[in-house]
Structures are given as C-alpha cells and as structure tokens.
Design a protein around this ligand. Sequence first.
Ligand code: FAD
Length: 478
Amino acid sequence: MGETAEAAGERHAVVIGGGLAGMLAVTALLGHVDAVTVVERDRYPTGHAFRKGVPQARHLHVFLSGGLRALEELLPGTGRALTDAGARTLYPPRDLVTRTVLGWQHRFDERRHGCLSVTRPVIDGVVRDCVLRTAAGSATRLEVLEATEAVGLTGDAGRVTGVRVRARKGGGRTGAAPPAERTLHAALVVDASGRTSKAPQWYTELGRPAPRQETVDAGLAYATRMFRPTGPAGAPDMGVNVPGWPGCPRGAVYVPVEDGTWLLTAAGVRGHHPPTDDQGFADFTATIGDPYIHGLLSHVDPVSPVYGFRDTANRRRHFERPGAVLEGFVVLGDANCTFNPVYGQGMSVAALGALALRRTLDSGGGLRPGLAHEAQRAVARASDAAWSTAVGADRPYADGPDARAGLGERLTSWYVQRLVLGAVVDPVLGAAFRDVLCLTAPPSRLMAPRTVLRTLLLPLRPGLSAPPTAVIPLDRAA
Ligand SMILES: Cc1cc2nc3c(=O)[nH]c(=O)nc-3n(C[C@H](O)[C@H](O)[C@H](O)COP(=O)(O)OP(=O)(O)OC[C@H]3O[C@@H](n4cnc5c(N)ncnc54)[C@H](O)[C@@H]3O)c2cc1C
C-alpha cells in the first residue's frame, strides 16, 4: 500500500504497533491523511485473549478517569462499550479503598473519578473494534498488516520518509525462505511500538544521536493471579489497595474485573520481589502491611497461574527537545514514556498523547512542515503530570544517574506525602489528590490555598483499624 499510495501522490501515514497507543493514533489521523497503514508484529487473537506482544496484559490494568475522558473524546462510546464488555466502574475511595501507614482510608461517597477495572485483553479488543468501526465510516483508508514487524526507518538525519517492514518468521510455513524486507513510504510515521521500541537505535541508523533518556527505577516487580470467589466473602463490595510504604515496601491490590473474576497483584521493590510459584505468592500476601488481602485467599479459587513482570522503570525519552525531532516522525505511548505501573497511568497517558496528536493536526490544518515538533511537544506536555507524580514518589527508592532529587522535588515530595496522609480522613485533601492522580487536574491543584492550609495545619489523624464497610456520605464527612 505504501508504494501505491506514494505513487498516487497520496498522503499516507504508517503507525508502528497496533496496540492501544497505535489504535488511538489511527483515530487521531482519520480525516487528515488519505490512508493509514498499521504495522503490528502479532496476529490479533479471536475474542478477548492475551497476546505475546503485550506481556504486561496479564497484570491488573485500571483505566483512570482522566484517560477515559481522552478516550471518549477520541472515540465516543468506548467507555460504554467497555462497560458492556464487563468493565467495572470503581469510584475511589468509595469502591477502591486504600490502607496507608496511618490505617484504612475512610470510604467517602465521592463520585469524582469513575475508573474502569477490566482485563487488558478486553480493553485492547474493545478499543480496536471501536477504531475499526470508526475508520470504516471515514474517508481515510485503513489497512492493518498483522504478523508484520517494523525493522527500521527510511530517510536521512533530518526527515523520516518511511518504514522498513518484514513478515514475521513463524507467521508462515516452516522451512520457508526468510521473509524479505520492503519499504512503506509515508509522509508521517507514528511509533507506538511500546516499551520495546527501537526508535533510539533507528535514530542512530539515520545518523542522528538518540534522544536523551531519563530513567527513575524503583526496582519494583509485579506478580499477578486471577481468582474466582467461592462465596460473598471473596467478593467484597470494593476493591482494596495495600501499597508498600517505607518500612514495609511490599503491597498488593485486589480488584474485580469482568465475568465475576478478580485480579490480585502483589508488588515489592528490590529485595522484596513477590514470588511467582503458587505457595510463594500466597505467602507473600501475608507479609504486606495488612492481613486483610491474605485473608481473602481462603474464599477464592485460582483460575490462572501466577505471572511475573519486572521491567517497571519510569523511562522517558525526550524526542520533543530542540534538536531531537525528526521531521515526519512522532513517538507515542510507552515508546515515548513508561511509568511505574503502581500509579496506573500508562494507558491514560497513551490516550492523552493521541488526543494531543489529534488536536495538533486539527489546529494547524493537518500534515505540514514542523508538525512533528509541534506534535511531539504536545505529547510531552500530555505526559508531564503523570511523570512528575511517578518520579516524585519513586526517586527515594531509585538508584542511577537520574535518581537524585533536587531540593525543590524533595520539598514537593515531603508536602505530597503529608497531603496523602491527611487525605486518609479528610475528603477535601482526598479530592485534590485524586484529581491529580487520576489525571483530570495538573499538579498545581495540590497548591490551591485551601489545600495547602489543610495539608500544613491539620494534625495527622489515624485512619480506621479495619477495612471500612460503611460508605460515608460527603455531607457527613468533613
Ligand atoms: C505490569 C504492568 C501493569 C500496568 N498497569 C497499568 C494500569 O493499571 N493502568 C494503566 O493505565 N497502565 C498500566 N500499565 C501501562 C500500560 O500497560 C501501557 O502504558 C500501555 O500498554 C501502553 O500502550 P502502547 O500501545 O504504547 O504499548 P503496548 O500496549 O505495549 O503495545 C505495543 C504494540 O506494538 C507492537 N510492536 C512492538 N514492536 C513492534 C515492531 N517492531 N513492529 C510492529 N509492531 C510492534 C506490539 O506487538 C504491541 O501490539 C501497566 C504496565 C505494566 C508493565
């Protein structure tokens, strides 16, 4: 298609990676180019099943309200389609309650942030279906090349002009000759190939230095298992989150997903990684900061093995910096920025980044000189809030060249930590914190005068000693 489109003088875009960010990039491009080709190295499964190209899909994936708003703007009706496919809406702290070092949070009846809890294969399958339906009604032609891998870019040190691709080995007959490479020419290439993106290497192959990369790695590892409750005791009317804290850097989260199943994810920093054998995993949950989740295991049956995941670093590549932009090339989603998953931000940032790309295309009349720089800066801005939340919280656990926080960040971390502890019993502080965490407000929301006064002046009070059962109406909360 690439060759044909170029021969006909068409405006053709190629998206590398047909995962979440790639599919959302397609919606951003619809109406702005004549044709889009998505290059995906996997074959898509039938139904909502796991696939190898997204290994993190075995683990808990909560879609935050800020990301859902962006998703809805890009693809109206997707939230409803996810709910129809079994996604559970959780309003923290009403339906997802956290145990902190000071005790359990009060279950305020706050409905500011409807977050979705469902397994990742459902999210990807539903979003893909919505994108394919939307594209079918658009003037832009969409072609998805499955079992096809991007292996490099074409162009020079100033501009990308296409993508080198080849069919994946094993996608065809055994004993067949190695698949040949071909080039898809494009006026715009979007890299949405996720955390294993080769974009930095492709930069150097074109004669450009790789963009600066910042890494803040708390060394966290995940282990996740799916369960089915055997009775009501295994299915409380809320999800529960017991994060690690200094002195007990092990935690776990237990949330409902589709079809009456629940996911239990355990996590720990270096020296505290959760085991992935059945008994070790169960024993680990007895060593976190509260016994409640371990107690639930007597009321559930496992319906999956335990899966592990270790590459959880916050990693940001500064493609937006002056001198780092390649004309005709934009990087989105995890290929641009990955986050420690405990903050649940990656999918939301992918959606916010795709929306930023669409707004850049809309505002300036589509493809044009300088688009890549504008779009990449907009994508970077869409990641800023999530990045500062994640690295601010993780730097104390990190090592490496980017691990040292400046005085400003150390003061901010101290302040946010105090705010979070105050939020255990104070709905005003809780609302401010959740607005920022769920990516509906910038971090400056935490510096509103009322919030600052409450954070600094209210004495810290203990939370509840056991998981809350009663929901507290907000008018009785203060
Ligand atoms: C353990 C864990 C838990 C997480 N939990 C959450 C959570 O609760 N909430 C949240 O919002 N986020 C969470 N995330 C983050 C989330 O998984 C990512 O942010 C999200 O998947 C990013 O989407 P993406 O499309 O950029 O990348 P991916 O979803 O990884 O998709 C990349 C796609 O590119 C394809 N691909 C790769 N290389 C090539 C190539 N060379 N050629 C062609 N195709 C290629 C892959 O097959 C894949 O389909 C979690 C991450 C981890 C690791």
